[in-house]
Design a protein around this ligand. Structure first.
Ligand code: BEZ
Ligand code: FE
Length: 322
């Protein structure tokens, strides 16, 4: 294979650091080894990454054994990752990285009635969830034993004008009461507890699901090893996931969380935001549900945020099921 650069010897940048000195001049020589054809964003990100990991190694006097333990953990996560399980994303979640990147990407508005806040996607979203009629249940008949069925309903509106948003798709998913998403659980039918609903002209939506339960993130692999090393628990507070999309609006990937959950202030993946904490109310007189929740989604026009339109942004399909 030809070398990536075709510069002749005269053009090869010479390293200025002494080969016995692994301080900042060494780091500079690694950063400066980046060739002229590297894309600007790649150059910026990788230069910063090199600087930070070199500083990390120097500040902590990192040993070869410690570095190899980290490499082994990442290798194990890679080997364990499949189309049903994204263990490397899980490691990032445990370290708070997905929540941090989410907050940087979707920084909140200063408006007194801001758009609905985002929350991490997590590794269990699946594309092509069943399209369901308004008012249907995502709980497939006979799939779970529960006396906590919940009617969730509300509106999707433009946060700036308050106008109803027609044609908004709500993609919803949650675990069964055993804490497992259907792709983790052979006992559940395919696509159980998942569905997509589309608002009509009034911007309203209505669906049935389960009152969610807290559950442990998978902890039988490298993610669990990391949690044990940090003396941490694996539990997530009860939540329901939503992705709300409609052309011309910024999509919202989010979760709503049950205020009464014991882990509400102690999420293993640091995803809870105050504005996403909700109160499920007991419901009487509905043969299909024992609880109800009114939750309104507010969307921002792409033009209001300067960000990409929904059709261009798709959740990653890596690790997101069959
Ligand atoms: C989830 O909410 O589905 C999730 C998020 C992060 C890690 C594991 C699961
Ligand atoms: Fe979840």
């Amino acid at each position: 294979m030809p070398p990536p650069h075709d510069n002749d010897d005269d053009n090869i940048p010479q390293s200025s650091h002494s080969r016995d000195d692994f301080g900042q001049p060494f780091t500079d020589s690694v950063i400066n080894a980046t060739g002229p054809r590297a894309a600007p964003r790649t150059r910026a990100l990788l230069s910063s990454l090199i600087q930070h990991i070199h500083d990390f190694a120097r500040e902590n006097a990192l040993t070869v054994d410690e570095w190899m333990a980290g490499v082994d953990l990442i290798n194990q996560a890679g080997r364990m990752s499949t189309d049903r399980r994204n263990e490397t994303q899980l490691l990032c979640d445990i370290l708070g990285l997905e929540s941090l990147v989410d907050s940087i990407t979707f920084s909140s508005s200063s408006s007194s009635t801001p758009p609905t806040a985002s929350a991490i996607l997590g590794p269990f979203w699946r594309k092509d969830a069943p399209r369901l009629d308004m008012g249907a249940s995502i709980v497939q008949p006979g799939s779970v034993e529960s006396d906590e069925h919940t009617h969730v309903y509300g509106t999707v509106t433009d946060y700036a004008t308050g106008e109803a948003v027609e044609g908004a798709q709500l993609d919803v998913w949650q675990t069964a009461p055993n804490g497992l998403y259907e792709q983790q659980d052979e006992g559940q039918p395919d696509m159980n507890l998942r569905g997509r609903f589309t608002t009509g002209r009034d911007g309203r939506y209505s669906m049935y699901c389960l009152r969610p339960t807290s559950y442990p993130i998978p902890h039988d692999g490298p993610g669990g090893k990391l949690l044990r090393a940090l003396d941490r628990h694996p539990m997530r507070p009860a939540h329901i996931h939503f992705i709300v999309t409609v052309p011309a609006y910024q999509p919202i990937i989010t979760q709503i969380f049950d205020r009464r959950d014991p882990y509400i202030s102690n999420d293993a993946v640091f995803a809870v935001k105050d504005s996403l904490v909700v109160d499920f109310q007991p419901l009487e007189g509905d043969p299909n549900a024992q609880f109800e929740l009114l939750y309104n989604f507010k969307l921002a026009k792409v033009a209001d945020t300067g960000q990409q339109e929904s059709s261009e942004k798709k959740p990653t399909e890596v690790g997101s099921g069959v």
